[in-house]
Design a protein around this ligand. Structure first.
Ligand SMILES: O=C[C@H](O)[C@H](O)COP(=O)(O)O
Ligand SMILES: C=C(OP(=O)(O)O)C(=O)O
Length: 359
């Protein structure tokens, strides 16, 4: 009888396995205070209220494309917390706190994957930094939003997050749909990169159902995960290769498709990505047009997403160059400047108020 030895047949292209701290250990070491826990809970409830139509306000998910420097991210969060507070009658403001970047081919994959921005991929430190950041933002009274990419990450951070995205590159992935079905916060499915909205609707349908799949538990052990389904899965329109989809026509069509499929008809519209051609100046134009649509009474738009940081635009990140980076400027997609953001948020608040008046 011939025996194939495991050593000869497996892991031919794996150079190392490195154990990580179990999720429960990290969470116990960096627990949520009662203040943070109530901010997370409030954020989730308010978002669910907006998506169901029970809360008449407009949801705004705004913040950097990616957090690469937690100090600058927190500096941004302080400014946003103050502004969000002043607009709370009209807007539910959630801060984009993105630590995982899905790449078209290759590139920096975010703070969790490569926290030192040098290709050393110290994921253990990345998970800890992400958790610390979410705790710090929560202490400011600001709920957070993130994209969930690696199916293991949520065990380390999801208790601190009020809204999650399944991105355009993973919206058709069964693994991500199953994951979303067990998450405790509303989850937005982005339309696919080619612009296909049907895949996002399918994602929201699958996430709304009970699922059973492979995952890990809080101790980091392989587990059979059984979920009950996420009642607040919805669609996020981000444009695609076929063009933008933030106009009232595509928005109405997406809302109708969602309603027909039995998922929340209200959508979030991402003003960035393919809706702005990743041009931050164009993003401001899109937000203004969305404000016009909302002010005119478009009730299908539950929320607006914006990519914004302290300094406008973006800078290249060459992980081998060790170059000095500009403080507060994105190293992934181009972002609106803080100054422009501080003009656009009140504009959205006025539009939201006008929409309520028209009802
Ligand atoms: O939001 C960020 C980017 O659009 C996404 O990560 C893809 O980026 P890439 O096409 O530069 O890889
Ligand atoms: C990667 C992102 O978006 P999308 O999945 O729409 O490309 C993002 O919002 O950071």
């Amino acid at each position: 009888m011939s025996v194939t030895t495991e050593a000869a047949a497996s892991d031919l292209h794996v150079s190392q396995f490195e154990s990580l701290t179990a999720p429960d250990t990290l969470c116990r070491g960096l627990p949520a205070s009662s203040m943070v826990a109530s901010v997370v809970e409030r954020g989730r409830a308010e978002i669910a209220g907006v998506l169901s139509g029970a809360d008449p306000r407009l949801l705004v998910i705004v913040g950097p494309c990616s957090v690469h420097d937690p100090d600058a991210g927190l500096d941004y969060a302080r400014r946003l917390a103050e502004l969000a507070d002043s607009l709370a009658d009209d807007l539910v403001v959630i801060m984009r706190s993105y630590f995982e970047k899905p790449r078209t081919t290759v590139g920096w994959k975010g703070l969790i994957n490569d926290p030192h921005l040098d290709g050393s991929h110290d994921i253990g430190t990345g998970l800890e930094l992400a958790r610390r950041f979410l705790l710090d933002v929560g202490e400011l009274g600001l709920p957070t939003a993130t994209e969930l990419l690696e199916p293991i990450t949520p065990q380390y951070v999801a208790d601190l997050i009020s809204w999650a995205a399944i991105g355009a590159r993973t919206t058709e992935s069964q693994i991500h749909r199953q994951l979303a079905s067990g998450l405790s916060m509303p989850v937005g499915f982005k339309n696919a990169t080619d612009g296909d909205v049907g895949l996002a609707v399918d994602g929201a349908v699958a996430a709304g159902r009970p699922q059973s799949f492979l995952g890990i538990d809080g101790n980091g052990r392989a587990a059979l995960v059984r979920t009950t389904g996420n009642p607040d899965a919805h669609v996020v329109l981000r444009g695609g290769r076929s063009g933008p989809n933030y106009g009232s026509g595509p928005v109405a069509m997406a809302a109708e498709r969602a309603a027909q499929a039995g998922v929340r008809p209200r959508v979030v519209v991402d003003a960035s990505h393919a809706n702005s051609g990743k041009d931050h100046r164009r993003q401001a134009v899109v937000v203004n047009e969305l404000a016009d649509q909302i002010g005119a009474g478009d009730d299908n738009i539950g929320g607006v997403m914006m990519e914004s940081f302290i300094v406008g635009g973006a800078q290249p990140l060459d992980v081998t160059a060790g170059r000095q980076l500009t403080y507060g400027q994105s190293v992934t997609d181009a972002c609106l400047s803080w100054e422009t953001t501080a003009e656009l948020l009140p504009r959205l608040a006025r539009a939201g108020r006008e929409r309520i008046r028209r009802r």
